[in-house]
Structures are given as structure tokens and as C-alpha cells.
Design a protein around this ligand. Structure first.
Ligand code: FES
Ligand SMILES: [Fe+2]
Length: 322
């Protein structure tokens, strides 16, 4: 079987609102991407000028063209170099003078890039809540974690750490046992539901039991949907592999009950900090390619075992040559 590469999938690299007309540098799979808008349309180029390798993201955008900061070469929206200021006007521009361009698209408030022709679409959103006017959607957190995107994603699908890492918030330390749950393996990811979980607000003012619906899209998108009565929340966590052992984790939330937004974000960020400390301690930082390299417990690790089986079909250990 041919293994796919991470460069053949879409990954978020920036918050869309932060990419204006001027160039912005983003990082993906060990390289850098220059993002800019040409006539309002997003563009993503390898952040390396063809001439002497300067970062295009340090340049400017003029008339929809990105201008290199070093010797002023200008690349149009298609990546073709259309002006070399030092060249006498009667000399042709070499046809090889063409920036390396990537696939780029906007979804859920994020800019997504695929370095090669993608083998899968940008992950879907449960219930298409991003299109539903009853929901407010926002990117509420962008955090850099010193771990791989795989370890980060696995943390997002793991419930059995709640009573320990999030004791008395998401888990009851007196009741750490996990009930069996059904896992549905799809072509594009995994779906599972974990029922009747402990949940308490950090000030102790609120305590309830809650069901979580998890929807995982390969390679690194994790949706978590939960409801408190008719108050529905969908949290989307996407781990973007900036480097083999560095991950920028984007979090998007859609809620049909916007009133207590600030408290939601505050509590969530507190929980994430608890996760970060433990997940950054995990060695090796990359998930071992061999399933036998770590121990698995059948019920609580069901999703992670299936996820690792899928990861084994992708070249995640080495990053793409970009
Ligand atoms: S390095 Fe870009 S124009 Fe010379
Ligand atoms: Fe956690």
C-alpha cells in the first residue's frame, strides 16, 4: 500500500482575519508559507524567493503582486515572476522564475493550506453548524504546543485522563473507570459517543453529567459536541504540524447560546493548560509507528488504537520535503 504524506492533506496555518493584503508568514511541516491576498483572493507561496532565497513574507504586496524584500522581484497571483527590476527592460524574464504555490482555502475562520494535491477535503463540521444562523462561531484559541500533531490529537480523543489531569472539573477522581463505548470507523475518520461524564465548573457553582459526541477527521481534526439541554456546543480542535515536534493547535467553537462566552473561554483555556503540561512531557514526542511500542487498554484506548492504525498508513514520522 502506498503511504500518503502529511503534505497531501489540508492543514490550518493561520486565522483568516489576520491575513490581510500584506504578506504573513505561516509555518507548516518544517517549512514556511507566505500568505497574502491578491485582489481579495488568498494566495499561499513557499516563503522562499527563487532568486536568492529571501523570505517573501518580509516583502510587500503591490497591485496584487508579492514583491520580494531583497531585490524587488515581483510575482503575480499565479506565482509567475513578472518583474525583475535590475534586468534591462529589453531582456526577457526567465520562464523558470516562478514561485512555488500551494493550495489555499478559507474555512471556519481559518486559512487552510495543502502543500501537494490533497487526497481528502477540508474536514466537515458536525451538523454544518457553521452555516446555521442559530450558532455563533469563532476561533477562540491558537496555542503552540511542544509535541507532535498526533500526540496532541490523541489527547483530544482521550476521556480516561479526565479524572487525573482535570480532576473535579471534567472527571471524578473517585470514579475513574470508563464504560465501554461503540466506535464507528469511517473512511474519513472516527465517530464515537461517551456518555454520562462528570462535569463541574471551576468555581464549583455548577455540576452536571454530560454526553460527548466525538467526530474525528483524519489526520488532525477533532470535533467535540455536547449539549446541556438545548444549549449545544461544538468545539473543533485542529492540530497543525508546524514541525515534527511542534504543533500549532487551532480551536474553533460554535455555540447556540452565546451569553456566557467569556466564562466558557476562560474555563476551556484553564483546562488546556492542564493538558499542555502533561502532553508536552510525553516521550517520544511523535506517536510510535509500531502499535506494539506502547501499551493499550482495550476499553479506554479504543479510539486511539483505531487512530494509530490509520496513522500507520501515513508518513508522519518524517515531514515533507518542502
Ligand atoms: S532574493 Fe528575492 S529578489 Fe533577490
Ligand atoms: Fe484534557
Amino acid at each position: 500500500m502506498t503511504r500518503t504524506r502529511l503534505s497531501q492533506y489540508w492543514h490550518p496555518v493561520a486565522v483568516a482575519a489576520e491575513v490581510g493584503d500584506g504578506p504573513v508568514r505561516a509555518s507548516l511541516l518544517g517549512g514556511h508559507v507566505a500568505l497574502f491576498r491578491s485582489g481579495g483572493e488568498l494566495r499561499a507561496f513557499n516563503d522562499v524567493c527563487l532568486h536568492r532565497g529571501a523570505a517573501l513574507s518580509l516583502g510587500t504586496v503591490r497591485d496584487g503582486r508579492i514583491v520580494c524584500p531583497y531585490h524587488g522581484w515581483e510575482y503575480d497571483a499565479s506565482g509567475a515572476c513578472v518583474r525583475i527590476p535590475a534586468l534591462p527592460p529589453d531582456r526577457p524574464i526567465p520562464t523558470r522564475a516562478r514561485a512555488v504555490t500551494y493550495h489555499v482555502a478559507e474555512a471556519y475562520g481559518l486559512v487552510w493550506v495543502a502543500l501537494e494535491d490533497p487526497v481528502a477535503p477540508i474536514p466537515g463540521m458536525p451538523g454544518d453548524v457553521h452555516l446555521d444562523p442559530a450558532y455563533n462561531g469563532e476561533v477562540f484559541s491558537v496555542l503552540d504546543w511542544a509535541t507532535s500533531a498526533g500526540r496532541s490529537t490523541e489527547n483530544s480523543m482521550d476521556v480516561s485522563h479526565f479524572p487525573f489531569v482535570h480532576a473535579n472539573l471534567l472527571g471524578d477522581p473517585e470514579h475513574p473507570e470508563q464504560e465501554p463505548y461503540a466506535l464507528h470507523e469511517r473512511e474519513w475518520g472516527l465517530e464515537f459517543r461517551v456518555e454520562d461524564q462528570f462535569w463541574r465548573s471551576s468555581d464549583g457553582s455548577f455540576e452536571t453529567r454530560i454526553d460527548y459526541d466525538y467526530v474525528q477527521w483524519f489526520p488532525f481534526t477533532m470535533h467535540l459536541r455536547f449539549a446541556d439541554g438545548d444549549r449545544i456546543t461544538v468545539v473543533t480542535v485542529i492540530a497543525s504540524p508546524t514541525e515534527a515536534r511542534r504543533t500549532r493547535v487551532f480551536r474553533v467553537v460554535h455555540r447556540n447560546h452565546p451569553a456566557d462566552r467569556d466564562q466558557f473561554v476562560r474555563e476551556y483555556l484553564h483546562i488546556l493548560e492542564q493538558d499542555r503540561i502533561v502532553v508536552e512531557s510525553v516521550r517520544p514526542e511523535e506517536i510510535p509507528a509500531d502499535l506494539r511500542a506502547e501499551l493499550h487498554i482495550k476499553v479506554p484506548d479504543l479510539a486511539s488504537i483505531a487512530y494509530r492504525r490509520w496513522l500507520a498508513t501515513v508518513d508522519t514520522m518524517g515531514l515533507a520535503e518542502v
